[in-house]
Write a protein that binds this ligand. Structure first.
Ligand SMILES: Nc1ncnc2c1ncn2[C@@H]1O[C@H](COP(=O)(O)OP(=O)(O)OP(=O)(O)O)[C@@H](O)[C@H]1O
Ligand SMILES: [Mg+2]
Length: 309
């Protein structure tokens, strides 16, 4: 449904994205994850036809974004980083206006607006002036305008920014519910967001894709080690005991506890637990630590050499 090939965008001397390629199948929800300045917004602006790339091609539903902009815009709902809402319009009037802009058939507009209001919990404020709404409510109006014409493709640039926790969960569920019929790319800094909503994750760093996989795939590819959390009563001299275990790659100490990174082998596990118990440091807790998306993200975006895709 979305085909990106060899996209590059330079702003003067700044290489915002560098030769990136990926595709998204119909019905997929893909998370676009990366630190500030990675190139997420730039990529999304190109897919939605808001900006031309320096080189490369973006296609939506088989249409080149720049050769057939009207065909593409009809199919896309876009929530930009700063929602494009008019503060001097009423919520409902604004959504009707957007629906008309998107060339929605006029007999479908009332229903479409009603549904968008319901999905984003805005029904109660539909007669309020957008400019008087709180930030979170304005964000919801931004999401509603992206959804109003029920587009095949949704491009959401940080959709839950500024929302309260309850609304974050509701919007996540709303996005999850779009899978199958709609194709969604969402960008976020909030790591749990991608695990909660997306099947596939694309991690971008300094304008390049450094990983592209499911969360499970990323975890297993990343981890040739296991991590253990060890808390002891008397940490003095305990470090020396840990160092003596073969297979220990690294460890961190904080608040009477150690996080030990160990080669992935049962022998090493056994040896570590044996040494901990025999050290006399007073074992209080010993457990395996799961690799989190945060670990993967940091590993891929803080080393210059990292990269698994
Ligand atoms: N209009 C512009 N002119 C010059 N440089 C720009 C412009 N827009 C973006 N950039 C630069 O391009 C790079 C990518 O920016 P982009 O906004 O795509 O990142 P991002 O991943 O969306 O970041 P964030 O998480 O902060 O939103 C950055 O180095 C940014 O400074
Ligand atoms: Mg951005």
């Amino acid at each position: 449904m979305i085909e990106i090939s060899h996209l590059t965008k330079k702003y003067g001397n700044i290489m915002a994205i560098n030769n990136i390629s990926f595709s998204v199948q119909k019905g997929e929800i893909v998370g676009f994850l990366g630190p500030n300045g990675a190139g997420k917004t730039t990529t999304m602006k190109i897919i939605t036809g808001f900006m031309a790339p320096s080189s490369g091609v973006a296609k939506v539903a088989g249409h080149d974004v720049f050769e057939n902009p009207i065909e593409v815009k009809k199919r896309i709902g876009y929530l930009p980083e700063t929602p494009p809402v008019y503060s001097d319009m009423l919520v409902k009037d604004y959504l009707e206006y957007v629906a008309r802009l998107k060339k929605m058939p006029s007999n479908k507009i009332t229903k479409g607006v009603e549904q968008a209001l319901e999905k984003t919990n805005l029904t109660q404020v539909h007669k309020r002036l957008i400019g008087n709404l709180s930030k979170g409510f304005r964000q919801r109006v931004g999401i509603a305008q992206a959804l109003v014409h029920s587009p095949e493709v949704l491009i959401l640039d940080e959709p839950t920014v500024g929302l309260d926790p309850k609304q974050v969960i509701e919007i996540r569920n709303l996005i999850k519910g779009l899978a199958g019929e709609h194709t969604v790319i969402l960008s976020t800094h909030v790591l749990p967001e991608v695990t909660a909503t997306c099947k596939r994750i694309i991690i971008i760093n300094k304008g390049e894709i450094v990983a592209e996989d499911t969360f499970e795939g990323l975890s297993s590819r990343m981890s040739d080690t296991r991590r253990f959390y060890v808390r002891v009563r008397r940490p003095a001299n305990f470090e020396g005991h840990i160092k003596s275990v073969s297979g220990v790659r690294s460890f961190k100490f904080a608040n009477n506890s150690f996080e030990v990174e160990l080669d992935k082998s049962d022998d090493s596990n056994e040896k570590l637990s044996e040494v901990v118990v025999k050290s006399g440091a007073g074992l209080l807790e010993f457990r395996a630590v799961d690799v989190s998306l945060e670990d993967i993200f940091l590993k891929l975006t803080t080393t210059d050499t990292g990269g698994v895709a």
